[in-house]
Design a binder for this molecule. Structure first.
Ligand SMILES: Cc1cc2nc3c(=O)[nH]c(=O)nc-3n(C[C@H](O)[C@H](O)[C@H](O)COP(=O)(O)OP(=O)(O)OC[C@H]3O[C@@H](n4cnc5c(N)ncnc54)[C@H](O)[C@@H]3O)c2cc1C
Length: 412
């Protein structure tokens, strides 16, 4: 590092923050610079659509660390700074203010950007997306002024927002193009449960419904128009139709990208000096047995740790079984594994009472467990899947069968 070059991290989200923190925890002695486009210190996104919007968490509590932490740990955190290009031959990162930074290792932790709604009226005031603190603060202001809310897209973020808006007393309509809610990420049994839950809380859900226009009045969103002619009055329209991995910098400098920046098990791209972590990456996951891209805190944090370990000379392969959570009303959903492609599902617990787990099997082997208000099942399932232990479907369905005995038997 004779020229003073150290690690430069692009992105101050979950993955960028974790990489910087883990580098210091692992004793990395060199310079660390974080280039972060947002002007608020690295913060947690999950509460944005949950406790923060309900007013239960103050904005300063969203921060992973106070500003002092970065200074004390020799991390040069540059807020409101944007990286615009990578000079791979010269090992320099170019910034929007015209300056550039030398790097020994570059980490791309650029996350994902929201997919924009490609219909007339999407630019009207009152149409919002929910990704950043700035987004949610704008939603919060609007929410207080409107009589009714429409949510376009019944994914996790759309439904979490719908739950919050109902708790705040607003009439909510959810419009979803797919035949069921959360269709991209959960099995039909879970979609059915969440559909029932939202309806029980008074949400008006329309699946199989394409939205074709947002009609305005005086430049303000007023109505959402559906393909079948149905119109939904709403002064606030929250769009949650997915995200696109932020691969622009990587693409432009010739790194391989395919639904994300392609990395290996150490988070390394095809340039040995450039790593990537978080929502912006895709990689061959040993548990999945194929290349995947995940959008989760667990993935961003664990990949950040993996990249830091590789840079600090303590390489270890990233192979955590994926896990995720969502909070809607008083329902805590915790998911581990990957249920896509599973052909058999077994219920454990009390489905009618809203406390149950779904055990998903593919070719007779347990691949995923979704737990609804059964946190102990989730913790056990993480251990079982990590250890490659598969209870039989009969054992999983039998609430009296102690799944933890299987762990004991395996380690005995
Ligand atoms: C509302 C909401 C709720 C969520 N809830 C959950 C949940 O309950 N559970 C869960 O597991 N996950 C949840 N997630 C997903 C989780 O937050 C993301 O998977 C995680 O934040 C990804 O981290 P990341 O660092 O890869 O990307 P991000 O957090 O998106 O951070 C990337 C950062 O890079 C910056 N950036 C991009 N390009 C540049 C550039 N050129 N120069 C400088 N900076 C740049 C961006 O501005 C951004 O701040 C939620 C996400 C949202 C938005």
């Amino acid at each position: 590092m004779g020229d003073g070059a150290g690690v430069v991290i692009v992105g101050g989200g979950q993955a960028g923050y974790q990489t910087a923190e883990s580098l210091r925890q692992l004793g990395f002695p060199g310079a660390i610079t974080v280039i972060a486009a947002e002007d608020f210190p690295p913060y947690q996104r999950p509460p944005l659509s949950k406790a923060y919007l309900l007013g239960e968490v103050d904005r300063h509590r969203l921060k992973f660390r106070t500003e002092e932490y970065y200074a004390e740990h020799g991390i040069d955190l540059r807020l409101g700074a944007e990286a615009t290009a990578i000079d791979r031959a010269g090992k320099r990162l170019l910034l929007a203010d015209g300056t550039s930074l030398a790097y020994s290792h570059l980490v791309l932790a650029t996350g994902a950007r929201v997919r924009l709604l490609p219909i007339p009226g999407a630019e009207l005031a009152g149409v919002h997306y929910l990704r950043s603190l700035a987004d949610v603060e704008a939603i919060e202001r609007r929410l207080g002024e409107v009589a009714a809310v429409a949510v376009i897209g019944a994914g996790f973020i759309g439904l979490e927002f719908a739950a919050v808006a109902r708790k705040l007393g607003k009439p909510v309509t959810v419009l979803e193009a797919a035949p069921r809610v959360m269709a991209r990420v959960v099995a039909p049994e879970l979609s059915a449960f969440f559909d029932e839950t939202h309806r029980a809380h008074g949400v008006d859900i329309h699946c199989d419904t394409a939205v074709v226009e947002i009609a305005g009045r005086d430049g303000q969103a007023a109505e959402v128009v559906c393909a079948d002619g149905h119109r939904v009055a709403a002064g606030l329209v929250v769009v949650g139709i997915g995200v696109i991995p932020e691969t622009g910098l990587a693409d432009a400098c010739g790194l391989t990208c395919d639904d994300g920046i392609v990395v290996d098990g150490h988070g390394s791209t095809d340039d040995p000096a450039i790593f990537a972590a978080g929502d912006c990456t895709s990689y061959h996951h040993p548990f999945a047995g194929r290349r995947i891209r995940l959008e989760s805190v667990q993935n961003a944090a664990d990949q950040g740790r993996t990249v830091a370990a590789a840079i600090a000379g303590q390489a270890r392969v990233y192979d955590t079984v994926p896990w995720f959570w969502s909070d809607q009303y008083d329902v805590k959903l915790q998911m581990v594994g990957l249920s896509a492609g599973c052909e058999k599902v077994v219920v454990r617990g009390d489905r009618a009472g809203g406390k149950f787990s779904l055990f998903h099997y593919r070719e007779g082997v347990l691949r995923a467990v979704d737990s609804v208000n059964r946190p102990a099942d989730h913790i056990l399932a993480r251990k079982l899947l990590a250890a490659g232990i598969s209870p039989t479907p009969e054992q999983a369905a039998d609430a009296d069968f102690k799944l933890k005995d299987l762990l004991g038997a395996a380690s005995a």
